[in-house]
Structures are given as C-alpha cells and as structure tokens.
Design a protein around this ligand. Structure first.
Ligand SMILES: Cc1cc2nc3c(=O)[nH]c(=O)nc-3n(C[C@H](O)[C@H](O)[C@H](O)COP(=O)(O)OP(=O)(O)OC[C@H]3O[C@@H](n4cnc5c(N)ncnc54)[C@H](O)[C@@H]3O)c2cc1C
Length: 512
C-alpha cells in the first residue's frame, strides 16, 4: 500500500494551505485528495461576474447541494453551491476577503476553543496573505494569498458609502480587516492577484509546489472511508475512475472536506451519533453525537431599487459594505449581527426585477441563531448527505432581517441616493408592516454559501464537541478535521479568510 506521512482530504480553502505547510514547514510526504477536477477551466481564473456565476449551477465545479424543505421558509428547498475541484470553494467563490470580527474568535475561545482568541489567530491571518494597504499590525505582506483593494469607482457605491456616513451608521474610516470592522462602511477587498485574475488557494498554495516530489495531488479521487485500526486512523480508502484504492498515513489523516462532507466522511468511517450509524448499518468506531450537528449559515435578503440611469457594471458581486447592529442583541457583547452587500445592479427574485438599471442593498444575517444538521442519507459514499440548516427556525433571525430591510431603506432614502433612486422594486414600498416584512424574509432570504459548524471545536472534556482545540477528533487518534466545519460559531462576515486561517493554524498544531 502506498504510504505517506500525512493524508489531507479536500483541496479547498483549508486543505491547500495545510498541505503546503506540511510539505514546506514539516518537510513531510503529503497526499492531498480532491474529489473534483484540476482547475483548468478559464472561468475559474477569470474575475468577471458572468464567469463566476457560470460555476454556481450544477456541474463539475459544484457539488450543488439542495436543502431539505425549510419550514421557516414556507417549505422552500434552498440550493447551496459548494466548490468541487482544486481550490474548492475558493475556485468558484465571490472573492470577497473578510476576516470576521475580533469578537468572533474571542467568543470561540470562551466556548472552549482555547488558543483561538483573536490575539491567537491574528498571526495566521497575517501569515497567509499578501496585501499592500492597512496597518502592519494587522496585515500580512508576504503570504501566498494575494488580496487587493478593488479600484471601484461606481457612483452607486460612492453613494452607499456617503449614505452610511450621513445616517450615522458609519463613524470610522478604518481598514475593515484591521483594527475596527463594525460601524465602518467600506469597499470590499478581493482575493485576486490583480483585478483580472482570481487567487484561489490552489493558486496561492499549490501552484508554488508543482513538481515537488513531497506533494502528491490526487484529483478525481473521492475519499470514501478513513481506515482505522485499534482506534487510530492509519489510512484512507478512495475511489478514482471507479477503482477503489487504499493509501496509508504513517502520521495523521486530516479532513478538510468542508462543512457538509467532512461530517459525512466521519460518519461513513464509523464516527458519529451511534443511532445514525446503526440505522445505516455502519460499524461504530466512536460514538460522537456532535458530528453533523450545529449547522448554520448566513442568509441574505435583497432590497432592490430601479435606478434613474444606467449604472457602471459591477466589478465584484458586492462592491461596498458595512457591518452594523440591528438592535436585537446587546452590542457590548456581540459581533455585528448585520452585514451589508451593495451593488449597482437589480438583484432580487425574478418577479421583482424589470431588467432595467438599478442598485441593491443586501442585508445579511451575520450572526444566525438557528441551528440545523447534516446527516447520512445512505451508507453509500456516492450519495450526498441530507442537509437541513433549519433556516429561520429561531424567530430572532427573522427579526434581525426585518430590521435589516428597514436599515436598507433608511440608507436608500438618504440624500446621497436622490439622483440615482427611482422606485423600490423589492420588497416594494407597500410592504411596510413588520408582518409583511417577515413574510418577505421567509419568502426571499437565501444562502450566502457559508455553511459551518458541523464538526464543532470545543473543550477536550465537552462531549458535544467533535474536535478538541487541537482539532483532534474525539474518540480516535491520528485523525483531525481542519475546515469551516470546526467553527464553533460563524464569523460575522464571509467565511473564506477564517477557514484559510484554520488550515494554516492546523499546520502548527500538527507540526509544533
Ligand atoms: C458560490 C460561493 C461564493 C462564496 N463567496 C465567498 C466570498 O466572496 N468570500 C468568502 O470569504 N467566502 C465565500 N464563500 C465561502 C468560502 O468559499 C468557504 O467558506 C470556504 O471555501 C470553505 O472552505 P473549506 O475548506 O471548509 O471547504 P471547501 O473550500 O468547500 O473545500 C472542500 C474540498 O473538499 C473536497 N471534498 C469534499 N469531500 C471530499 C471527499 N470525500 N474526497 C475528496 N475530496 C472531497 C471538495 O470537492 C472541496 O474541493 C463562497 C462560497 C461559495 C460556494
């Protein structure tokens, strides 16, 4: 059986940086398995919005999950794109670079993830990135991941920034990935080598190792089971071109398969809630009830306007943004619960838009309270797991988004938009009562593609956690999880940067 020091499953946001570090810092022999293809299609490397969204339907680059019917959303099923292939989500995502709020990580530490406070994780955010702006105390200058300020000049985005200032929602003018994220309107930074070229984690962390004999990248290879002997992970079984193969790890196996597929692989390997494994006839290795629980995700909701004149085409899915508080929770102890996307286009469900010029403010539920789960649909590794995020099952989430619509309207009514603003398209000026707005939330909210939390990190003695603060899976040795699934609680902001940080820090936890 072919042998490696480490086997990493999943070449996405976390897996690529982790594999890079294990090779370059640990001088180790690493197998990196990826179910999807190499990153050769031009759409991955282009940065125009058409190329990017062309990868969001079912296809080779997208696992194309669909949720169970969501009771909190009038029974709708929600499509959730997830990247498949070298780079994972970072090869198809919207390239917005957002670290999250410092309080998010302090909260992780309070929830039992000792060693993951903002002070602890800041060095890893710096280590992975290369960015020209901001303050040296917060920003990295020589990492593999290229981050740029976008040269956005659209009049609509300038109006958004101005409106945020004049309504008092933006009182600071800092780097939002630096000292102060909240109350601070900004233009999104982007993971690009230059305005015309995406910087996925495959570009950033695998390309420099092409030809390095220490790294073996196996694409088109679906991991089907972790091989476990006497309670210790010793290798992996995978399928490539319908042929089943096993490889061995002399040191560790690390799962970086993302928030839906890492818990599935644990369960297929006998690690998970005993009852679920019994139902599917899988031999129990470790009863870990938390596997697949605690699924949560950000939701977005468009508040769209027709514009009085044609707008510049957007250069980023969302050009401008803001983190603020809805007032539902105490701002002294919580991260901002509302994030805004903003762009100079009409963006809403088809029944609202008229195809003309427009702009859209998009409040996002940044700190969702609803929790759902991922569980096995079948013991067959080729069958996707069942995804039930239980969106909007906590009424507080609806309340935050209702207030988000009101804040969006307050911004759009500001004098900064007077020249640009025509009528409100979605939800429409006649949707005014809290009940009508709540109905709009339940009918139109959708995913921001940020599922997290399904292999939750917690204290070593917390029986509901899946991994300990060193990312070691409960009940077995030689096995860790390092990806978005380990987040105890979602960050306030897009999840890519924090997931790359997790992959990078995992390398130190493993090697040092
Ligand atoms: C459409 C879209 C837009 C987004 N926009 C942004 C954005 O603008 N900014 C931002 O910060 N975040 C964004 N995100 C979120 C961000 O990309 C994710 O948070 C991040 O990619 C999660 O990283 P991960 O390592 O946990 O998983 P992924 O990046 O999804 O990587 C997991 C990898 O594992 C592979 N895999 C899974 N199972 C197996 C198996 N059994 N065997 C082998 N390989 C396997 C998958 O194919 C995949 O390549 C977006 C995501 C999507 C889908």
């Amino acid at each position: 059986m072919t042998e490696f020091d480490f086997i990493v499953v999943g070449a996405g946001a976390a897996g690529c940086v982790l594999a890079n570090r294990l090779v370059t810092m640990g001088n180790a022999r690493v197998a990196l398995l990826e179910a999807g293809p190499v990153d050769s299609i031009p759409a991955i490397h282009a940065t125009d919005i058409g190329s990017m969204t062309s990868m969001w339907g079912p296809g080779e680059q997208n696992w194309a999950f669909q949720t169970a019917p969501q009771t909190g959303m009038h029974g709708r099923r929600v499509d959730i794109a997830q990247g498949r292939g070298l780079g994972g989500g970072t090869a198809i995502n919207a390239m917005m670079y957002v670290r999250g709020n410092a309080r998010d990580f302090d909260r992780w530490a309070e929830m039992g993830a000792t060693g993951w406070s903002y002070r602890d994780v800041l060095p890893y955010f710096k280590r992975s990135e290369s960015f020209d702006g901001g303050d040296d105390a917060y920003r990295g200058r020589s990492g593999g991941l290229q981050v740029i300020d976008m040269p956005v000049t659209s009049a609509a985005s300038a109006a958004f920034l101005q409106a945020a200032r004049s309504t008092g929602l933006s009182t600071a003018a800092e780097d939002f990935n630096g000292a102060q994220q909240e109350d601070n309107a900004f233009l999104y930074q982007s993971t690009r080598a230059d305005p015309g070229s995406r910087c996925s984690t495959a570009t950033a962390f695998l390309d420099p190792l092409r030809g390095d004999p220490r790294l073996t990248v196996l694409t088109g290879s679906l991991a089907t089971r972790v091989l476990i002997e006497d309670g210790c992970a010793v290798g992996l079984e995978y399928v490539c071109n319908s042929v089943t193969t096993s490889i061995r790890a002399t040191r560790e196996v690390i799962l970086c398969a993302g928030a839906f597929l890492s818990p599935q692989l644990l369960m297929l390997s006998g690690i998970g809630p005993a009852e679920t494994l019994r139902t599917h006839g899988i031999a129990l290795v470790a009863d870990v009830p938390g596997v697949g629980q605690n699924l949560h995700d950000h939701l977005l909701l468009p508040v769209a306007y027709r514009a009085t004149a044609d707008q510049d085409p957007p250069q980023l899915l969302s050009e401008a943004g803001l983190f603020t508080y809805s007032g539902v929770f105490d701002r002294e102890t919580n991260s901002p619960d509302l994030q805004f996307f903003f762009g100079p286009i009409q963006y809403a469900d088809p029944e609202y838009v008229d195809g003309g010029p427009g702009f859209t403010l998009v409040p996002i539920l940044a700190q969702p309270r609803s929790r759902g789960s991922v569980t096995l649909a079948s013991a067959d590794p080729l069958t996707k797991p069942l995804v039930d995020p239980a969106y909007l099952s906590d009424p507080a989430d609806v309340e935050v988004l209702v207030r988000g619509v009101k804040l969006a309207r307050r911004l759009a009514q500001d004098a900064a938009f007077t020249v640009l603003r025509d009528r409100e398209l979605a939800p429409g000026a006649d949707i005014a009562s809290d009940e009508a707005l709540a109905a709009y939330v339940r009918a139109s909210a959708s995913t921001v593609w940020h599922p997290v939390g399904t292999c939750r990190m917690g204290a070593a003695d917390d029986p509901t956690a899946v991994v300990d603060p060193s990312l070691r899976v409960r009940g077995v040795t030689g096995l860790r999880v390092a990806d978005a699934s380990v987040m105890p609680m979602i960050t306030a902001g897009n999840t890519n940067a924090a997931t790359i940080m997790i992959g990078d820090k995992a390398a130190d936890l493993i090697l040092l």
